[in-house]
Design a protein around this ligand. Structure first.
Ligand code: MG
Ligand code: MG
Length: 248
């Protein structure tokens, strides 16, 4: 779906709130902090900005928090709680906000204290794969070039791209059609037009892309217990190229 100038402005505002949630949580990440403490900082931003959370009560069972916090071998959808961040962990924070009915959605992975060389490389490669995908969001290009670009970067580094969780169009709902795979799905997908908005969100694993779900029905773990990282932005297709909404 194409969004008009007024809608894009609302999405810009939602994106700014999400960027601020990233800023305050990132600044608080250190050994000894719980994932619930990070959630509460993000909730404060939502309240302060008069926004609403698109994560809280999402899905079944209803998601109980405003951020997902996924450490180490957790790929996505971690429920914040009493988990205490340890020196050497990596932690993926995914969050969103609604402003005037329009959604923003973005994620990052950060190191806690001193992290391994492999973890550092995973974070760098995953973020770079996201930007390679974002660069494909130009008028006239085909949507699935995003996934092709992401996959090239991740696999060139010897990592794998998660298949079963993907990016998405976004607007008056967080998850709209079409989906945005982080790999080449075998077809070029729709032609990109001005005013389309997508969340590009590669999840990249050190080992296999296979996964399992924990008994809480949310936490998605790597099958082999190796590390996973996740970066995401909300981006509009504009006649000046891709415009990232979820940055400060
Ligand atoms: Mg998303
Ligand atoms: Mg997200």
């Amino acid at each position: 779906m194409r969004r008009n100038a007024d809608e894009l402005n609302k999405m810009r505002k939602a994106g700014k709130v999400v960027a601020e949630m990233h800023e305050v949580t990132r600044a608080a990440i250190r050994p000894g902090v719980t994932t619930m403490a990070l959630n509460n900082l993000a909730a404060d931003v939502i309240a302060r900005r008069g926004a609403r959370s698109n994560f809280l009560n999402y899905g079944r069972p209803p998601f109980p928090a405003v951020i997902c916090a996924s450490p180490n071998d957790m790929i996505v959808h971690g429920i914040p709680g009493d988990y205490v961040l340890q020196d050497g962990d990596i932690i993926s924070i995914d969050c969103g906000a609604i402003v005037e009915g329009y959604h923003g959605d973005a994620a990052y992975t950060a190191g806690v204290g001193e992290i391994s060389a492999t973890a550092k490389r995973l974070l760098e490669v995953t973020e770079r794969s996201m930007y390679a995908g974002i660069d494909q969001l130009t008028i006239g290009n085909r949507l699935h070039e995003v996934g092709r670009a992401v996959q090239q970067v991740a696999e060139a580094a010897g990592f794998s791209v998660v298949r079963d969780f993907v990016g998405h169009a976004i607007g008056t709902a967080m998850h709209e059609s079409p989906q945005v795979p982080n790999y080449w799905p075998g077809t070029p997908g729709p032609v990109l037009k001005e005013g389309m908005v997508f969340a590009v969100e590669p999840m990249v694993n050190v080992g296999t892309y296979d996964w399992y779900e924990r008994d809480d029905h949310w936490s998605i773990m790597t099958q082999d217990g190796k590390l996973s990282a996740h970066f995401e932005h909300t981006i509009a297709v504009t006649d000046n190229g891709p415009e990232i909404f979820t940055i400060a």
